[in-house]
Design a protein around this ligand. Structure first.
Ligand code: HEM
Length: 377
């Protein structure tokens, strides 16, 4: 999602003093842990560290992807699913590990092979999310989050990683997921989906098309302004929110159908059940996120990055992004680096090595236009 906006508008156990103090899963985030805790964690897991970015796939043609090797299967106990219908679907069809716990390389391969997302787009989104929600030592990230099935969370200030974690990558005003302040931020929400259906019926001819997407985006923005005093529509959420409204049209319409209008029951299948339709073919050619649809949705209303300033209906601009008006790529890059530093104030050893390598990987998506920031020399 992020890359769309970037282009268009220049994320076992710990022994403490011999006492089992914290239970962490191998894919839990290490953010907030002390050096001793990280070292103890590193001693208890297989340390993989950061790995090289996988190359782009060669064949980006139209292809059957709901095939015999990738059948939909229901969840098994402990499987993780989260706020992203794309990754949820890839996991439920086995393009990603069905557990919902994956490496960045597995995610990049899956979004390219399963949906034909462009390599560069996949790179930026995957590493942005991994830096702030993944585990740098095991090189694993949950596409969901902690639940009773993942075991007890580590104590504060450590945080459990995964894409369901609010505020690092996951944000407000999602189409089919509630704001975290208002409820469950990662599960399909029928009320929100019915609002999307109503809008699609009113302006989209009964389908989710660009007109419907523009009004869904605006309605979700207005709803959060009116009901969520903590509403945050600053970057990176600002950037991702617009891209996400395009993704259903770009990736969830069968590649043989050129209508750019998504059937609402097919949409429900992806968003609610993590399920591709029978005989589903991925799009023909990689999609990098740009295009007139994005412009149309973005320009359909008067948006700027900001947040509710402590109360509802009190939306103000974010000074960090003032002057850039929308989404400057380098400012967004800097924002994710800053968040990584906030999560890992003074990393050392294998943790620092892994963070540095993943920061390098992330920077590949900006190397043509931004100056690299190296926070952990
Ligand atoms: C490349 C790796 C990806 C990562 C790390 C990722 C992560 C996320 C996250 C964290 C969200 C929640 C954002 C929010 O609403 O607050 C999200 C939403 C979304 N993602 Fe992904 N995603 C990825 C790829 C994809 C792909 C390939 C698709 C489509 C095939 C997709 C479609 C969507 C859509 C439609 C939403 C919006 C859901 C809603 O608003 O109800 N994503 N993604």
């Amino acid at each position: 999602m992020l890359f769309i906006a970037l282009q268009v508008y220049a994320a076992l156990s710990i022994q403490l003093g011999g006492v089992l103090a914290v239970a962490l899963k191998p894919y839990d985030s290490l953010a907030g842990l002390s050096r001793d805790e990280v070292d103890a964690f590193a001693n208890g897991v297989k340390v993989v560290g950061a790995q090289p970015v996988p190359p782009p796939i060669k064949d980006t043609s139209l292809k059957l992807v709901n095939d015999a090797l990738h059948p939909w299967r229901p969840l098994s106990p402990g499987d993780q699913r989260g706020p992203c219908p794309g990754l949820n679907t890839l996991a439920s069809h086995g393009w990603l590990p069905r557990s919902g716990v994956a490496t960045p390389a597995q995610i990049m391969d899956a979004v390219q092979n399963g949906f034909n997302m462009a390599w560069s787009t996949a790179l930026v989104i995957t590493y942005a999310a991994f830096l702030v929600d993944g585990n740098p030592l095991t090189n694993l990230m949950s596409i969901g989050g902690s639940s009773r099935l993942t075991g007890p969370s580590p104590p504060a200030p450590a945080v459990v990683g995964g894409l369901s974690r609010h505020g690092t990558f996951e944000g407000d005003a999602s189409m089919t997921r509630s704001d975290a302040f208002l409820g469950d931020n990662h599960s399909f929400n029928e009320t929100l989906f019915q609002q999307l259906v109503a809008i699609s019926n009113a302006v989209g001819g009964g389908k989710y098309n660009v007109s419907a997407a523009a009004e869904v985006r605006f309605q979700r923005f207005q709803d959060s302004v009116a009901r969520n005093p903590t509403f945050d529509f600053s970057n990176p959420r600002f950037a991702t929110a617009f891209g996400e409204t395009i993704f259903p049209m770009a990736f969830f319409i069968d590649g043989r159908d050129k209508s750019l209008a998504l059937d609402l029951e097919v949409m429900r299948g992806f968003f609610q059940d993590s399920r591709m339709p029978v005989d589903f073919h991925r799009r023909d050619g990689a999609f990098d996120g740009g295009g007139t649809e994005f412009d149309l949705i973005f320009n359909s209303h008067d948006y700027f990055p900001g947040f509710n300033n402590g109360s509802v209906n009190n939306f103000v601009a974010d000074p960090f992004f003032l002057g850039t008006q929308t989404v400057a790529a380098c400012a967004l890059y800097e924002k994710f680096v800053n968040t990584t530093v906030e999560l890992y104030p003074s990393p050392s050893g294998v943790l620092r090595d892994a963070l540095n390598k993943n920061l390098d990987n992330f920077f590949l998506g900006f190397a043509d236009q931004c100056t690299q920031i190296k926070p952990f020399p």
